[in-house]
Write a protein that binds this ligand. Structure first.
Ligand code: MF3
Ligand code: CO
Ligand code: CO
Length: 259
């Protein structure tokens, strides 16, 4: 069942995603060699609670933390721990909030210190793929148009698209219909209409597309051990252009993104 949101509901989802975006900027201030992923998680939880929301992931399906912190070959759902970030790592930080009956959900992949050129290109291409997807999140287009655009951009750069994990509707539940795959065919799938709020979140691998889950029941990593990048924004379908409800602006005021 697709749930279309009222303008009032969209404003609440926007406030949630704005808070997630600002939380990720707080996390960005701390990301450097020597910090642990659990320290990032503590700061995020504190910032979310200080701003009147609760962490959206904590307790979701039994998930133990506020952030998902996925390093290098970890694709998504890495659990914060005493793991120390080191120079040259990349870390996907995915964060959610819940307030006023709705969720926010946004993610960004950060470099830790100096990262080699190949990996920087993977990050850049993954973020570009997300925006290619967003260009297709318009009334009258179909879900398959989004995935097609993401996949085309990623594969043209020589990368591969994770199939098993997808974007999703966002609202009173963190994961609502429809599923939003990062691959697909033009003109396929449900038709998009104004008021549908979705998260688009490409997970793009430098090597092949195959993934596996760790024995912890959460961490997803590449089979070939090569790095993976992940960016996520929440958007509402509008008539001529998607309206983006999250933002990377605050993050990118903190970090250096010369590509
Ligand atoms: N935020 C993830 C997503 O983008 C889902 C996290 S599931 C959790 O869809 F259990 F880790 F919270
Ligand atoms: Co999501
Ligand atoms: Co997310």
């Amino acid at each position: 069942m697709l749930v279309y949101k009222t303008e009032e509901e969209i404003e609440i989802i926007r406030r949630n995603n704005l808070l997630v975006s600002k939380t990720l900027a707080e996390v960005a201030k701390l990301i450097k060699p020597g910090i642990t992923t659990l320290e990032l998680d503590k700061r995020a939880e504190e910032y979310i609670r200080d701003n009147g929301a609760v962490p959206g992931f904590l307790g979701y399906g039994g998930y133990p933390n506020t952030l998902c912190t996925s390093v290098n070959d970890e694709v998504v759902h890495g659990i914060p721990s005493n793991r120390v970030l080191k120079e040259g790592d990349i870390v996907s930080v995915d964060c959610g909030t819940y307030m006023e009956g709705f969720y926010g959900d946004t993610a960004y992949t950060f470099p830790v210190g100096e990262v080699n050129k190949d990996v920087r290109n993977l990050m850049k291409t993954t973020k570009e793929s997300l925006f290619k997807g967003i260009e297709n999140a318009v009334e009258g287009f179909r879900i398959g148009d989004i995935g097609y655009a993401v996949q085309l951009h990623a594969e043209n750069a020589g990368y591969s698209v994770v199939r098993e994990m997808v974007g999703h509707g966002l609202g009173r539940e963190m994961h609502e219909a429809p599923e939003v795959p990062n691959y697909g065919k033009r003109g396929r799938g449900i038709k998009l209409a104004e008021g549908l709020v979705i998260c688009i979140e490409p997970m793009i691998n430098m090597g092949n597309k195959y993934i596996k889950q760790d024995p912890d029941g959460w961490t997803i990593r590449t089979i070939d051990g090569k790095p993976s990048a992940h960016y996520e924004l929440a958007v509402v379908i509008r008539k001529d252009k998607a309206e983006i409800l999250s933002t990377f602006k605050y993050i990118e005021e903190i970090i250096n993104i010369e590509e």
